[in-house]
Design a protein around this ligand. Structure first.
Ligand code: SF4
Length: 154
């Protein structure tokens, strides 16, 4: 591997390189807390072939955002989940009217779209962790900017 390859790898913020222990240390929480965030649907870490979690720099930023929401703004986990559920995935994905009507995410104010079970057909074969809707909600502490950028009719 050349120095340039190494540099490219280091500068790729989406590359999942941190173990759960390192991610927890970087964010300043326990490993248990990171697992809880995952169970609550706030983050989807990458899994290795042996099912070990791996976090990227982008994931760390998302986790830091969650910490800001909790510590500085007084949100609990359900509140953060509810706020993430406001991301207008149907606009970003361009879902048809019939897709919207068959998708739980269009109605739910409790869960973000990547957590709902009854997804629209347009999303059934998608990998949520790679979807722009999931990825761009890293700016969860400023949902208004996210809405302005993605939902021009707001
Ligand atoms: S692919 Fe997943 S994250 Fe993207 S809009 Fe569909 S349910 Fe949401």
């Amino acid at each position: 591997m050349t120095a340039s390859d190494i540099y490219d790898r280091l500068s790729d913020k989406s590359r999942p390189v941190f173990t759960i222990g390192v991610a927890a240390e970087l964010v300043g929480v326990s490993v248990h807390t990171l697992r809880m965030y995952e169970n609550e649907g706030l983050i989807i870490p990458e899994r290795t072939q042996s099912q070990r979690r791996r976090y990227s720099q982008v994931d760390i930023e998302r986790l830091q955002c969650i910490r800001v929401m909790i510590e500085d703004r007084g949100f609990n986990l359900a509140g953060i989940r509810g706020m993430m559920s406001m991301a207008p995935c149907w606009e970003i994905k361009g879902c048809s009217e019939s897709d919207r009507q068959s998708c739980e995410a269009f109605e739910s104010a409790l869960e973000p779209c990547w957590m709902v079970k009854a997804k629209a057909e347009a999303c059934q074969n998608e990998v949520c962790a790679e979807c722009p809707v999931y990825k761009e909600v890293t700016t969860c502490h400023n949902m208004k900017s996210f809405l302005k950028e993605h939902w021009k009719n707001v």
